[in-house]
Design a protein. Structure first.
Length: 202
């Protein structure tokens, strides 16, 4: 399912239009609503690839697109919340110990923050691995609860095909992100590259 999304837009008749719209929306993602629109488009991509539909969706039915994107964003936020909460807890705890003073407490605080960063990294990767499966399940059922169905998630996450597809998409994102950062010296090309990479995310 995920690997089929790689190059998805390249086979679309409206590829140029879709990438440009996605790039413009990404540019104004800080306004939140455009971000929801991009997330809604991702939901449509996941839904179509899961059903074997080779035709890439377009940006239309904006009301539905934004609502579905808002729901998908809420699911992704919950998955990102756990690692962030762990990082904040360790940072606050380390700060409190450090404020008390003393070499021993200062060393403990430093170690605690370091451990917290390692936990955050591990949990972030776990969340990044689970979130696409959650979003795919949401795309199929269109309910918020679908993003947290433990049994369904368990079956998908241990599937070799999913793991392989996720890894491939992760590599594409890393490489594409690097290329996009280089292209950002020419803003328009950077936005288009970012939109294309986003369309191939896991």
């Amino acid at each position: 399912m995920i690997s089929e999304s790689v190059g998805y837009l390249k086979d679309s008749e409206d590829a140029a239009k879709t990438v440009v719209i996605g790039g413009i929306l990404s540019l104004f993602a800080f306004l939140i609503v455009p971000l929801f629109a991009v997330a809604g488009y991702l939901v449509r991509v996941l839904d179509r690839t899961a059903s074997g539909d080779d035709e890439a969706p377009v940006f239309d039915d904006w009301g539905e697109l934004i609502v579905e994107g808002a729901k998908a964003s809420a699911i992704a936020f919950v998955y990102a919340l756990v690692p962030m909460a762990v990082l904040i807890a360790f940072a606050v705890g380390g700060g409190l110990l450090g404020s008390i003073g003393g070499d021993v407490l200062g060393a403990i605080a430093g170690i605690g923050v370091f451990v917290g960063m390692l936990l955050w990294l591990g949990l972030s990767l776990a969340a990044a691995y689970a979130a696409p499966a959650a979003l795919a399940n949401f795309a199929e059922k269109r309910t918020l609860a679908a993003g947290f169905e433990v049994e369904t998630m368990r079956r998908v996450l241990v599937d070799k095909t999913y793991a392989t597809g996720w890894l491939m998409a992760f590599v594409v994102i890393v490489v594409g992100g690097f290329v996009s950062s280089l292209l950002n010296v020419i803003p328009v090309l950077g936005f288009i590259a970012s939109a294309f990479v986003g369309s191939t995310s896991p």
